[in-house]
Design a protein around this ligand. Structure first.
Ligand SMILES: Cc1cc2nc3c(=O)[nH]c(=O)nc-3n(C[C@H](O)[C@H](O)[C@H](O)COP(=O)(O)OP(=O)(O)OC[C@H]3O[C@@H](n4cnc5c(N)ncnc54)[C@H](O)[C@@H]3O)c2cc1C
Length: 298
């Protein structure tokens, strides 16, 4: 590490700069550590772990991990990460990236002024929930049990969306004693087990084939398709983080990622985003990077 006199700016050299410290970034860091490669995670949030680190939601389909919450799963991962390798807790993000082709490295200026020289860059910035309706006190966008925890028994909620997240949260709300109407533009896309549960739940009314969903808010709640609800919760899927678009230098003229730049996890817009896929991609990219760096050292 090269500390510049005056104390403001630090220069570091690492094999890999990882942008995003969620499931993908943390998994990648662990693999790189095992392979003997140096890395630094840049995380924009105050804590590592990504959205799952704040979720008491019980994770599904993680072999060997029945009944574990996102919070506990991520806490275990964060505990294994060496904090000295994380530029975090100060809402950092990369603000400038230059590719020094001659030196075969990327020069990244972080938002607090530090400069990182990295041989490879991996983007693991995840995705954000998509909604055509702005989030407000009455319009809740995307999953997160804490977002719906204040809704009380007896209230009416419109759940907009027909995927697993929508069905899952409709069930949770119904179990809280909330009257739920699921409004789906086309047909339900939930998995068979959830479909059976929502159909059997008397607190859930399902309306499919809704044409364009029209929503307006007022002081006491929301109007959806002319009906009054206390809240609307929107589960329209996700859009990949736009972070890579901020640095055109990381792409070729044809729009592909340039050599030495990788993306993993929800940023790759997989058809079915999930933890195992993200962790698998992280493992593959770590091995690819290790092989490329070994080749370069010859
Ligand atoms: C509530 C919820 C429940 C889920 N349940 C399951 C489940 O049961 N089973 C399952 O397999 N999958 C589940 N998923 C999906 C799974 O969480 C994702 O597929 C996985 O987290 C993707 O990992 P990621 O690393 O790509 O992104 P994330 O985990 O979203 O991490 C992205 C990280 O990048 C950071 N970041 C973003 N932009 C920047 C920037 N510019 N600079 C620095 N840092 C940045 C973010 O702050 C975040 O920490 C769930 C997701 C949610 C939200």
């Amino acid at each position: 590490m090269n500390k510049v006199m005056g104390g403001e700016m630090v220069e570091r050299k690492v094999d890999v700069l990882i942008v995003g410290g969620g499931v993908g970034g943390l998994t990648l860091a662990q693999w790189l550590t095992g392979l003997g490669r140096s890395w630094l995670i840049v995380e924009q949030a105050a804590v590592l772990g990504g959205p799952l680190a704040n979720s008491d939601y019980i994770l599904k389909w993680i072999p060997g991990q029945a009944e574990i919450s996102g919070r506990d799963y991520l806490a275990a991962m964060v505990a294994q990460i060496d904090a000295a390798h994380c530029a975090r807790a100060t809402q950092l993000s990369a603000v400038a990236v230059d590719a020094d082709v001659g030196q075969g490295e990327f020069v990244c200026t972080l938002s607090h002024g530090d400069v990182i020289h990295a041989k490879k860059m991996v983007f693991a910035c995840g995705a954000t929930p998509f909604s055509p309706f702005p989030e407000s006190a009455r319009v809740i966008v995307g999953p997160g049990l804490q977002k719906i925890a204040h809704i009380a028994a007896g209230q009416r909620v419109a759940v907009l969306g027909g995927g697993d997240n929508a069905a899952d949260h409709a069930l949770i709300l119904a179990e809280m004693g909330v009257a739920v109407t699921m409004l789906v533009r086309g047909q339900l896309r939930t998995s068979a087990a959830l479909l059976q549960q929502i159909r059997q739940q008397p607190m859930i009314l399902i309306c499919t084939d809704c044409q364009e969903l029209v929503l307006s808010t007022n002081a006491t709640g929301v109007q959806v398709q002319g009906e009054h609800y206390d809240y609307a919760v929107v589960y329209f899927g996700y859009q990949a983080s736009p972070q890579l678009q901020a640095f055109p230098v990381l792409k070729t003229a044809a729009g592909a990622l340039r050599d030495g730049v990788f993306a993993i996890g929800d940023m790759t817009q997989p058809e079915f985003p999930n933890i195992l896929l993200t962790q698998g991609q992280a493992a593959v990219v770590a091995k690819q990077i290790d092989a490329q760096l070994s080749q370069r050292a010859k």
